[in-house]
Design a binder for this molecule. Sequence first.
Ligand SMILES: Nc1ncnc2c1ncn2[C@@H]1O[C@H](COP(=O)(O)OP(=O)(O)OP(=O)(O)O)[C@@H](O)[C@H]1O
Length: 230
Amino acid sequence: MSSFVIEASGLSKSFGSTHALAGVDLSVRQGESLAIMGASGSGKTTLLHCLAGITRPDRGTVGFHSGAGRVDVTALSERERSRLRREAFGFVFQQGLLIPELTAVENVALALMLNGMPRARAEEYGAGWLAALGLAGLEQRRIGQLSGGQAQRVAIARAQVTGASVVFADEPTGALDSATSSDVMGALLDSTVGQGRTLVLVTHDAGVAGRCSRIVDMRDGRVVAERVPA
Ligand SMILES: Nc1ncnc2c1ncn2[C@@H]1O[C@H](COP(=O)(O)OP(=O)(O)OP(=O)(O)O)[C@@H](O)[C@H]1O
């Protein structure tokens, strides 16, 4: 059995009187694809953000295991968490958070340049990732000149180009029609778990969740069920 890459225990997070997370224990194995499902407001995004070190929980811990050992994500400073996110994690959101003024390849290369890689090399790497995601020939298009599915593939390339060991995705196919959604989900799986890396995603779409290796269901800030898709 493979080892855990993320181990969260006792996570609680409130916003005023709203208990977004009310004691969540969740471990994620290296190389698995985990879908987090549940009704609107059940705490899915808050959980994803706590696992990824974006949000610090009020209580509980998140451990991240890398080749260098275990990091207690919840004990890190804001600056250390930001570095961990840049270096070890990748993010794909519903709206790709791409920079519209930049071209496809510049958007991908930027992630590498933020980690100190010179521009020419970063763009070379970026172009390689775009090609791997089926976007060869579109490197110089600005984001507004791409379809929704193509733009989301650029976002996937950007999330992976730094060699992220865990990719976190929040409704990565939420803005796409069902055929495009299926293509983009295939690209996301191939480029993460297909390469031995780990994918944690939030989705409302049972079709998307059904392609993951495990699903957890949330209700009222708690994980209430766990299942393996048929
Ligand atoms: N920054 C915030 N400030 C105040 N309340 C928040 C904040 N973030 C989340 N909440 C509240 O916490 C609860 C859980 O929100 P969360 O976004 O985690 O749910 P979700 O399951 O991802 O919902 P959705 O499917 O609608 O995106 C909701 O009641 C939400 O209104």
